[in-house]
Every structure is written in C-alpha cells, then in structure tokens.
Design a protein around this ligand. Structure first.
Ligand SMILES: *[C@@H]1O[C@H](CO)[C@@H](O)[C@H](O)[C@H]1NC(C)=O
Ligand SMILES: *[C@@H]1O[C@H](CO)[C@@H](O)[C@H](O)[C@H]1NC(C)=O
Ligand SMILES: *[C@@H]1O[C@H](CO)[C@@H](O)[C@H](O)[C@H]1NC(C)=O
Ligand SMILES: *[C@@H]1O[C@H](CO)[C@@H](O)[C@H](O)[C@H]1NC(C)=O
Ligand SMILES: *[C@@H]1O[C@H](CO)[C@@H](O)[C@H](O)[C@H]1NC(C)=O
Ligand SMILES: *[C@@H]1O[C@H](CO)[C@@H](O)[C@H](O)[C@H]1NC(C)=O
Ligand SMILES: *[C@@H]1O[C@H](CO)[C@@H](O)[C@H](O)[C@H]1NC(C)=O
Ligand SMILES: *[C@@H]1O[C@H](CO)[C@@H](O)[C@H](O)[C@H]1NC(C)=O
Length: 481
C-alpha cells in the first residue's frame, strides 16, 4: 500500500508547473528527540523539516507544543508513550484518555496527521532487566483497542519500537536464516507479533550498524557500511552489510512465529559524529550515502526486496541525553544543536550531494565565551571545577576520538568552563569557578574544536536540563583520569 510512495521524484524543472518542492523525499522519516538543554523552537524545527522535504517524523512523547507546531503541516507523525507510562496504560480507561488527548484531539482539518502510536521505546533492552516485560503487551492492546473504538484504528496503528537485541541467531549458527526471538522474551514477543498482525500494525525495529562496530574490535569494519565487504553466505544468499543481515534475522524470527510477511519499519537508524573514534562526519557520510542509495532504489534486503519505511536517528544533536551507552549518544543528529547541517548528504540516493537546508532565524546568545584564567594563582581546585562544569554541561567532545581531544590542559579547562557558562545562559556568576575563569568576547575556538555559543533559551528549556544532567553526572569521571 505504501510501496510506491517512497522517493517519488519530482524534477526541479517541474516545480513551477506542479507547485511541488524540489528535493522532496516521500517516505523518509526522522526521529525528533528533545533531550537538549537548549531546544530550537518547535516551529523552527517543523519549518526545517518542510524545507528539506521530510514528511514523516517520529517523536518520543506527544508534547503539546511539538504537536501544535506540526498541526497543519501534513507531516505524518508517530507519537509515543514513554516506558515509564507503560504500567499505567494497563488500565483501559487510562489508555482511552491518552488516545483521546493525544491522538483524537488532533484529528481535525488543520490538525496533526498521526499515523502511529509508539508504545514504549525499546522496552525489552537487556539493560532494563525485564522491567517492562509484563507491562508492554497490555499497554499495546489497550492503546490499539482505544484507537479502534475511537474509529481511528484503520489509519492509526500502535506498535512497539524494539531494539535489535530482541532477536538473535545461535552462536553456533550466527546467520540471518537462524534468527529467533530472544529466549527470555520469546513468549511475550510471540504474543505482541500476533496482536500487531491481527491489527495490521507494523513491527518496528531500531538497527544500528555503528553499535555493531562500537567496542567490538573483531567486527569487520566495512561490513558496517554498504559499499562492499567480504560477503557472508547464508543458504546461497550473500550478505555484504550488517544492516541487511540484521534485518533478515528479524524476518527469520518473524517467520519462526508464523508471521514471515509482517511489515517491518526501521524506527531508528543512523550514525553519530562525535564521541568515538568511528563517530565522525566522514563515516556518517559514508554510511548515509550507502543507506540512501539502497533505499532510493527500493532494493530492500535479500529476504525482503522492495520499499522499507525508515526513520533516521536523529534530527538534531541532544546535549542532555544520557551518555550511559557512550559519549556518541549526544551526537546522532543530521543537524548540530543549532540546526546547522553537519555533512553533505543526499536523501534521494541519487548522488546529488548537498548540505541540508539549515534552521532559519536561529537566535544565539551574545558572542561571549568563558575561558580559563591563565593568571589564576591557585589552581589546586582546577580538576574539581572542571568536573563540576562537565557534570552539568556537555563535555563529550573532549573525549578520545572527538573534535576537541587534542586540546592542552588549559584548553580542556576553558572548554569545560565555556560549556557550563553557555548552558547557564551566560549568567556572569556561572563563569567564575573560584577565580579560575573569566568572560571574553574573543572567539576561543581552537582548530577543529568549536567552543560553541548556545541558543537563546526558549521558555521550556530552563527547568529540565538540570534534572536530566544530574542523573548522568557520574559519567564525567573521564575528565579526572
Ligand atoms: C499526552 O501526552 C503528553 C506528552 O507525552 C503526556 O504528558 C500526557 O500525560 C498525555 N495525556 C494523557 C491524558 O495521558
Ligand atoms: C480523522 O480520522 C479519520 C479516521 O482515521 C480519518 O479518515 C480522517 O482523515 C481524519 N481526519 C483528519 C482531518 O485528519
Ligand atoms: C539492571 O541490573 C544491573 C545489574 O544488577 C544494575 O546495575 C542496573 O542498574 C539494573 N538496571 C535497571 C534499569 O534496573
Ligand atoms: C513479570 O511476571 C512474572 C510472572 O508473573 C513475574 O515472575 C515477574 O517477576 C514479573 N516481572 C516484573 C518486572 O514485574
Ligand atoms: C507471504 O507473501 C508471499 C508473496 O505475496 C506469499 O506467496 C506467501 O504465501 C505469504 N506467506 C504468508 C505466510 O502469508
Ligand atoms: C568561532 O571560530 C570557529 C573557528 O574559526 C568558527 O567555526 C565559529 O563559527 C566561530 N564562532 C562564532 C560564534 O563566531
Ligand atoms: C565548527 O563550526 C563550524 C561552523 O561555525 C562548522 O563548519 C564546523 O563543522 C564545526 N566543527 C565541528 C567539529 O563541529
Ligand atoms: C584533556 O581532556 C581529555 C578528556 O578528558 C583528556 O583525554 C586529555 O588528556 C586532556 N588533556 C590534557 C593535556 O590534560
């Protein structure tokens, strides 16, 4: 049904005739996460999506301001119920209320084009220790039932975005054709698949070739990309990239529970640009270039040739995300924190490399930086102060493999102090650090390392960051090493 609407191309020459934007990409979606200390205004982001012809977006909640900005845009939206709300959705009344408030309420002309409700976000990740294993299916059932009763069930589908670790192949036969759901969750997965199939809902999976590479020195590097690697042969089928192999492992797992034809959506796929030796613009370019060439040609995978609905991860860097998975976690954006594109890209897969259109009318704080005061007499508290700054601000680009890793000790201090100062909206009191820091109007960026100026705080930005950042403060001990 959706098979033919991807990468439907309208040549630039016909814009005038048909009034359709050049560079339009039907079918390609993006994840719009908002865990940032300073967020671009939702309206600015929606304009950026439109300017780049992006017509599908996946959210991690159903925030009212975000939804208002999307209203009338025609952009297809996946709204979401966070994991911590899954348990309460076990009450049908509560699920009905959620659907009424966050889906039905937007179903009017000029409203929001909701297509999916994501029930949880990777709820069966191994690191959650089974916390959501009993609450996900009831929430899914109640939400879909509420959608159906509201008369929206034909157009709005409930799905569960799952991490690719919900399925696997046995160690002694690590091939796609041997894929099955993970044994500890195979019962619940079987029921979820059955329920979604009954409701014509798609299976949503997040696949990250970058993570296959990350922390795994034995992983064949080229296999993370799409431009040629030694094939791995599975029953006569050659796999030259881990994305296809991973996807087809899921196809086999679905087949094993009697639903080999179920529609599969890629809920997240992407490549980060900082925070690890393999996270950089060059590798991101190589990855996306291969991915889009493949998607643009509707090549699909060996077991599933054809169109795949894909949501890229992510739209914009998020400086307040947990770094538990790694420092790269805050750098998945196609765009920097301020809506500037990072690298050349061709969403069409036709080799027309260009920069995406940046966010318009972005408001920055004044041209002021906070720098280490080289004249400071007592530097005995320097490490404590850097650690404090990096507990509340993002210092991940200082780490190994990142753009600011070659700073000297003073540079490190300045970077940390400036990051904190910007996060605090350039409050003069936030650039003191026991006399170790001072404000300057000189751009103290060094080489490839940007000492960034933050955005003007929008009304929603002020209160949340500290709560999020406190949780991750432990992660910054790397600065003390
Ligand atoms: C609707 O979604 C918002 C944002 O995710 C959430 O805070 C709110 O509780 C939801 N409304 C209901 C009635 O559940
Ligand atoms: C409201 O929902 C119905 C049923 O899904 C759909 O057919 C219709 O297009 C929606 N209306 C608007 C204005 O979005
Ligand atoms: C899962 O278990 C590990 C080890 O027992 C623990 O460190 C971690 O905090 C737990 N995670 C959650 C989300 O409960
Ligand atoms: C889920 O249910 C099973 C069976 O009733 C129970 O053993 C398990 O402790 C429950 N898990 C959680 C996280 O509540
Ligand atoms: C899956 O689709 C193929 C091609 O349309 C069809 O031949 C096959 O019978 C289907 N299998 C199932 C299990 O529905
Ligand atoms: C500061 O200098 C860097 C490196 O030259 C440059 O990329 C950046 O745009 C400058 N920042 C501002 C706010 O002018
Ligand atoms: C630094 O900022 C400039 C624009 O001001 C940008 O072109 C460059 O890519 C940035 N470098 C990094 C490593 O982010
Ligand atoms: C600067 O900080 C980074 C990240 O903690 C560290 O790897 C590097 O060694 C530091 N440089 C100096 C000169 O202290």
């Amino acid at each position: 049904m959706e098979k033919f609407d991807l990468f439907k191309w309208v040549l630039c020459g016909s814009i005038v005739l048909f009034g359709v934007g050049c560079g339009r990409v039907d079918g390609l979606g993006v994840n719009w996460g908002t865990l940032a200390t300073h967020k671009l205004p939702p309206k600015t982001v929606v304009q950026m999506l439109k300017d780049n012809g992006i017509q599908k977006v996946k959210l991690f909640d159903a925030d009212r301001k975000t939804m208002s900005a999307l209203a009338g845009s025609g952009i297809e939206v996946m709204v979401a119920i966070p994991n911590d709300q899954l348990a309460v959705m076990g009450s049908y009344d509560r699920a009905q209320e959620w659907v009424k408030k966050n889906v039905t309420a937007y179903n009017f002309t000029g409203g929001v084009n909701v297509k999916y409700v994501a029930v949880g976000n990777e709820p069966f990740l191994k690191s959650y220790n089974g916390s959501f294993v009993n609450t996900t299916l009831p929430a899914l059932q109640n939400i879909q039932k509420a959608l159906n009763e509201a008369g929206l069930g034909d157009t709005v589908k409930a799905t569960v975005p799952l991490n690719a670790d919900v399925y696997e192949s046995p160690e002694d036969n690590p091939l796609p054709s041997a894929g099955t759901f993970r044994s500890d969750i195979s019962d619940v997965m079987t029921q979820i698949v059955k329920f979604m199939a009954e409701n014509n809902a798609p299976f949503t999976v997040n696949i990250y070739p970058f993570l296959s590479l990350y922390g795994n020195n034995d992983f064949p590097f080229n296999y993370a990309f799409f431009d040629g690697a030694t094939p791995i042969v599975d029953k006569g089928i050659e796999y030259t990239n881990v994305f296809d192999a991973n996807f087809d492992t899921l196809v086999s797992a679905l087949k094993a529970v009697g639903h080999g034809n179920m529609t599969i959506i890629i809920g997240e796929v992407g490549w980060p640009t900082e925070g690890d030796i393999n996270a950089n613009n060059g590798n991101a370019y190589r990855f996306y270039n291969g991915l889009f060439t493949k998607l643009g040609a509707n090549r699909g995978t060996p077991l599933r040739p054809g169109y795949i609905e894909v949501y890229l991860f992510g739209l914009i860097d998020e400086d307040a995300k947990s770094v538990a998975p790694g420092n790269f976690e805050r750098h998945w954006g196609l765009f920097r924190y301020d809506g500037q594109p990072k690298f050349l890209i061709d969403l069409t897969g036709r080799g027309q490399n260009k920069l995406l259109i940046p966010a318009q009318n972005v408001e920055y704080q004044p041209q002021k930086w906070c720098t280490f005061n080289a004249g400071a007499k007592d530097v005995s508290k320097l490490v404590d102060n850097i650690n404090f700054a990096c507990t509340y601000a993002d210092c991940t680009t200082l780490g190994y493999g990142s753009s600011c890793n070659s700073l000297d000790a003073n540079g490190n201090a300045s970077y940390a102090f400036n990051a904190y100062f910007q996060t605090q909206n350039q409050d003069p009191d936030s650039c003191n650090f026991q006399g170790l820091a001072t404000v300057t109007t000189k751009n103290i960026s060094q080489g490839s390392c940007n000492f960034t100026i933050q955005l003007v705080a929008s009304s929603t930005s002020i209160l949340r960051p500290l709560i999020v950042l406190t949780v991750i403060s432990m992660a910054y001990t790397f600065l003390l090493q």
